[in-house]
Design a binder for this molecule. Structure first.
Ligand SMILES: [Zn+2]
Length: 249
């Protein structure tokens, strides 16, 4: 599997940046995880968007789903002129009712699968298995696990610390973990976020081989986040970088 960072900022992106968006590829499969502001344009630096197989929206905060409007229009146009044959498979939460109900009306473009249903089973996509788990955030949110054979990748989406997150991510080759906060701002974890130090502890307790931090507030010094994460994680902590790809193996 290959992970490419399309956007790693929140809740807004600095120039040249984009909000949460990640491309996971395996053989001929292209899966987009989240589609925050600007991420769809970034996607097109890496693939032809008409070749996208599935989109996962982990929750309905704009920095994770704002570009779904652009994706809807792009896929609709491709279907209309025949450069794409099938609607796009979209996994998303069915709560809150808005915007779910609006998006669920776009059935000509999207094949919608509610994450509340998808979390109960293995979801096969080519040679990959997708699983989803609830996180601890200010509205219904799901983390994502993608497996290829024995290789496991976990994306935390947005979450506060909880042992269930450690269990879900356990044994991952690579964890892409939100690290929204410096320790000095730990009070904000009650809004449903991790400090970088907690992200490091998550990587350690889940015995991950690699840990990549993401979901960066542009005002922060990212090296400070990395240093704080390294307190808890024995391995090397990496910072998500726009456009960079990481092999998961
Ligand atoms: Zn959020």
């Amino acid at each position: 599997m290959k992970l490419t960072i399309l956007g790693c900022y929140a809740p807004y992106a600095p120039k040249e940046g984009a909000c949460s968006g990640y491309l996971v590829q395996s053989d001929n499969l292209n899966i987009m995880l989240d589609c925050g502001h600007g991420s769809f344009a970034q996607l097109q630096k890496h693939i032809n968007f008409r070749d996208l197989d599935a989109l996962v929206v982990t929750h309905f905060h704009p920095d994770h789903y704002a570009d779904i409007h652009a994706i809807r229009r792009a896929i609709a146009g491709a279907l209309r002129i025949g450069t794409r044959k099938d609607p796009l498979v979209v996994y998303l939460p069915s709560i809150p009712a808005y915007p779910y109900n609006e998006i669920n009306e776009w059935q000509d473009v999207f094949s919608i699968i509610p994450l509340e249903e998808a979390q109960l089973k293995d979801n096969n996509l080519g040679n990959l298995i997708l699983n989803f788990f609830p996180t601890v955030h200010s509205l219904p949110t799901f983390g994502v696990i993608i497996r290829k054979n024995q290789t496991k990748f976990t994306y935390t989406s947005d979450t506060a610390w909880d042992n269930s997150i450690v269990q879900a991510a356990s044994g991952s080759k690579l964890i892409l973990a939100e690290a929204s906060l410096l320790n000095a701002d730990i009070a904000y974890t009650k809004k449903g976020h991790l400090t970088a130090k907690q992200a490091g502890l998550l990587g350690q307790k889940a015995q991950a081989s690699r840990l990549i931090l993401t979901h960066f507030w542009p005002e922060y010094n990212l090296n400070q986040l990395r240093i704080e994460a390294e307190v808890g994680f024995e391995g090397k902590v990496e910072l998500a970088e726009m456009g960079k790809s990481y092999l998961i193996q």
